[in-house]
Unconditional design. Structure first.
Length: 118
């Protein structure tokens, strides 16, 4: 079983930056990739970004490409999401997740709130 704990959310003005962290523990040896997803009120949870645990291959949603950067520190067992040029529409609860080879989420963290004011 894998445990995921997110941190780093908060309130920021439009145009600002935040960095989310996801501490990973437990049975990580079979994890293919790590991803970030988000969910806004009244909307379905959506994919944001993902990175393979071993090779560092990344994937981004069109809405965040060029503004967000996903990275991982294998020694610290931590995944990061650097979010720049934030927009009000980025407001959501952000969830860290392990993903399979098809990038679908397998295990979820508890989420961290990101609020971008205009």
């Amino acid at each position: 079983q894998v445990q995921l704990v997110e941190s780093g959310g908060g309130l920021v003005q439009a145009g600002g930056s935040l960095r989310l962290s996801c501490a990973v523990s437990g049975r990580t040896f079979s994890t293919y990739a790590m991803g970030w997803f988000r969910q806004s009120p009244g909307k379905e949870r959506e994919f944001v970004a993902a990175i393979t645990w071993s090779g560092g291959t990344t994937r981004y949603a069109d809405s965040v490409r060029g503004r967000f950067t996903i990275s991982r520190d294998i020694l610290k067992n931590t995944v990061y999401l650097q979010m720049n040029s934030l927009k009000p529409e980025d407001t959501a609860i952000y969830y860290c997740a392990t993903t399979g080879i098809n990038w679908a989420a397998v295990s979820w963290g508890q989420g961290t709130q990101v609020t971008v004011s205009s």
